[in-house]
Design a protein around this ligand. Structure first.
Ligand code: FNR
Length: 383
């Protein structure tokens, strides 16, 4: 942090990459193709949940003073795994639409900065190759349930063999939300062959095809669209994932405490509070609105991950105060990737962590575990 201020203000040499989220988004939009913009920007329907979900201002940080915060510790433990920071990267599919180096660039930056990373099932690159780039960085695999059981099983086995440390089962997107930016342009990313590399490299998927995807890409994409997603799933189906893997299971996309309780009853290890970045149910409760009740219901039983709308360190700090054990970023790193590849993601992560470290110290907390419910107040309680 000191370094940044010195370079920025004392030497009169401002950083050459955007610092604020708004400037970052502008730079990314300039760098992206219209396909990238249509894919990453905004949310479902009217964007109500997307927009409201970025507003954490109903919660106010209440700083404490003179508490010796000289040596601050950002490390934490989630799913029994020691993590260097309480911030991770959410799974974002089809990163080839954002930058030519796609998930490789993201993984390289995450490994450099030491930020845990969740890789999407819909990655533009095979999961084994991304795992290699991530090396010893904590890495989780996000699982989209294929309606073909062989493929679902194959994905879980591959993830475990490739060294991923946990499986994140996304339950809020068995079908895609109403995304007007895509619909208006008649654009469906998969049709162009993006986001299918993980499937195309999968032996069980290849078994379904008459010809290898390299020879008949169109038929392979059609096949992918047939097997991707399964809206008939119920809680009992989680047993299938449990049987396939010994890895801890996170269920991502929970907004109702009753679902959080059901998830715990069905043996999951962590709950992911998320609106999918406002991309699925327009008009829904936001993640930060849903978090306190969910933490109250299951926070003592399982770990809680949180994403959707986190733009700055203060947002992450508030989510941790309200019960999140790990806070995940989506758009900020997507825009870093689009605007500057691996360097862009590195800068976004370093800036956010520096700001988090400052927020923690200036609020009188030396360690992540010290950020409890007493660190924030809701505006409704202020007289
Ligand atoms: C996503 N998200 C997502 N989630 C998931 O489980 N699998 C996926 O493949 C994707 N793909 C994806 C692509 C893009 C472009 C976006 C913006 C989002 C949802 C993602 O994991 C996360 O829930 C949100 O992005 C978090 O919100 P913010 O930080 O983007 O507001």
């Amino acid at each position: 942090v000191n370094d940044l201020y010195r370079r920025g203000t004392l030497d009169g040499d401002p950083p050459d990459f955007p610092v604020s989220y708004d400037d970052l988004r502008t730079a990314a939009h300039e760098a992206m193709s219209w396909q990238g913009r249509a894919y990453v920007s905004g949310g479902a329907g009217s964007d109500e949940t997307f927009e409201r979900g970025q507003d954490f201002s109903a919660w106010r940080i209440v700083p404490r003073m003179l508490r010796d915060v000289e040596s601050r510790d950002l490390s934490t433990t989630v799913l029994g795994q020691d993590l260097p920071v309480p911030v991770a990267l959410t799974p974002l599919g089809i990163q080839s639409l954002l930058h030519e180096r796609a998930e490789y660039a993201t993984a390289e930056a995450a490994a450099d900065v030491g930020v845990p990373t969740v890789l999407s099932s819909l990655s533009s690159t095979p999961m084994e190759e991304v795992a290699d780039v991530l090396g010893s960085t904590p890495k989780w695999f996000q699982f989209y349930w294929s309606s073909d059981e062989h493929i679902a099983r194959s994905f879980l086995t591959r993830a475990e063999d490739a060294g991923y440390d946990a499986i994140v089962v996304t339950v809020d997107a068995p079908i895609l939300g109403w995304r007007e930016r895509l619909i208006e342009r008649g654009y469906y990313p998969f049709l162009e062959g993006d986001g299918v590399a993980n499937y195309f490299s999968d032996p069980a998927f290849r078994d379904r095809l008459d010809a290898p995807p390299e020879e008949d890409t169109e038929a392979a994409v059609e096949e992918f669209l047939d097997i991707f997603g399964d809206a008939s799933l119920t809680w009992d189906d989680l047993a299938f994932v449990r049987e396939q893997t010994d890895l801890p299971i996170v269920v991502k996309g929970i907004l109702d405490p009753r679902d959080a309780e059901l998830a715990v009853e069905h043996g999951v290890d962590a709950i992911g509070v998320s609106t999918h970045g406002g991309r699925q149910v327009d008009g829904s409760i936001t993640a930060i609105e849903a978090l306190p009740e969910i933490a109250d219901a299951v926070g003592d039983d399982v770990d809680i991950t949180f994403d959707s709308g986190v733009r700055r360190a203060a947002d992450a700090y508030k989510a941790i105060a309200l019960g999140a054990d790990l806070v995940m970023l989506g758009r900020p790193y997507a825009y870093g990737l689009a605007a500057g590849g691996a360097d862009g993601v590195r800068t976004v992560l370093r800036n956010l962590l520096a700001e988090f470290d400052l927020t923690m110290g200036l609020s009188g907390r030396e360690a992540v575990a010290d950020i409890g419910l007493d660190a924030v107040r809701h505006e409704s309680t202020l007289v």
